[in-house]
Design a protein around this ligand. Structure first.
Ligand code: PAF
Length: 285
């Protein structure tokens, strides 16, 4: 069932709940669904009685000059895939429906959920200023619109996941956040809607991200814990096809920087290939 209006989602959820004690799951997405999203929807269907998948390319999480206009939009296919896995409702609002017709999308006229600076002023947040304000705001709206008991997010966007858990905890949102593992191609490439921008050659070059991470994990397992030494191992993989933005080692729960790696260390990488900004991460546990 495809719904575009907030009021209709609320009505449907009210009808589902009736006087029954059911569990509602939400899988927030920006569409262009791939096997990574499919794994989230599957987990939601296994965990919950009813599942809502939202498909919304959220304008307020794109920074000036980013790919908001180009971002792939494949709603018909998305609905087909989500329903084939067992989703009960696909919510695909327009920006006007989400933020109000004629509303200027800026934090001097629109209320935002602003995550703590410490969590935002690093990793992806450094180059994507305002991105996580936009993510938290839309996610909070989706939580309120659907009244979901559980929400499912991929570990691929690791900083996003930590920040969402943080605001849910700090602001007492009555929802449980379920984190799901990264889905990779057989080659190791982490699935992403933005992989669609890459040529075949670019996809090969993009393997460097997962290769660097897998190698770091192998080195850690051999006993190397010094973060500078682990970072050094990345350089042999990089060529002029790679524009590295960061390679960082942080605590998996609070994003505190690490100088010595341990089992709670999350290694995150961001690198441009053919101008496409790709991210990936691995836990050294
Ligand atoms: O991860 C995404 O696709 C988006 O950031 C999200 C969580 C759906 C919010 O727009």
């Amino acid at each position: 069932m495809l719904i575009h209006k907030i009021s209709e989602v609320k009505e449907k959820v009210k009808e589902w709940r009736g006087d029954k004690n059911i569990k509602i799951g939400l899988v927030p997405t920006m569409g262009a669904l791939h096997a990574g999203h499919a794994s989230l929807i599957k987990k939601a269907v296994e965990t919950c009685d009813k599942v809502v998948v939202s498909v919304f390319v959220n304008p307020i999480q794109f920074c000036p000059g980013e790919d908001y206009n180009e971002y792939p939009r494949t709603l018909d296919k998305d609905v087909e895939l989500a329903e084939s896995i067992g989703a009960d409702l696909i919510f695909a609002p327009s920006p006007d429906e989400m933020y109000g017709k004629g509303q200027r999308l800026s934090n001097d006229t629109l209320a935002y959920v602003v995550p703590p600076f410490f969590y935002v002023n690093k990793l992806c947040g450094k180059s994507r200023v305002g991105h996580f304000d936009g993510v938290c705001t839309v996610v909070a709206k989706l939580f309120n619109i659907t009244g979901a008991d559980y929400a499912f997010f991929g570990q691929k966007d690791a900083q996003q996941l930590v920040i969402i858990k943080k605001f849910v905890n700090d602001l007492n949102f009555p929802i449980e956040i379920v984190s799901c593992p990264i889905v990779r191609e057989e080659s190791g490439l982490a699935l992403s809607s933005r992989n669609k921008y890459l040529s075949d050659e670019g996809k090969k070059d993009a393997l460097v991200l997962s290769k660097i991470l897998f190698n770091i994990k192998a080195c850690y397992e051999k006993g190397i814990t010094d973060v500078s030494a682990l970072k050094e191992t990345a350089f042999s993989y990089l060529t002029d096809k790679h524009d590295m933005e960061y390679l960082e080692f942080v605590d998996k729960d609070d994003l505190e920087d690490k100088t010595k790696a341990d089992n709670n260390t999350l290694v995150l990488i961001a690198c441009r290939v053919e101008g496409v900004r790709l991210i990936d991460n691995i836990l050294l546990a």
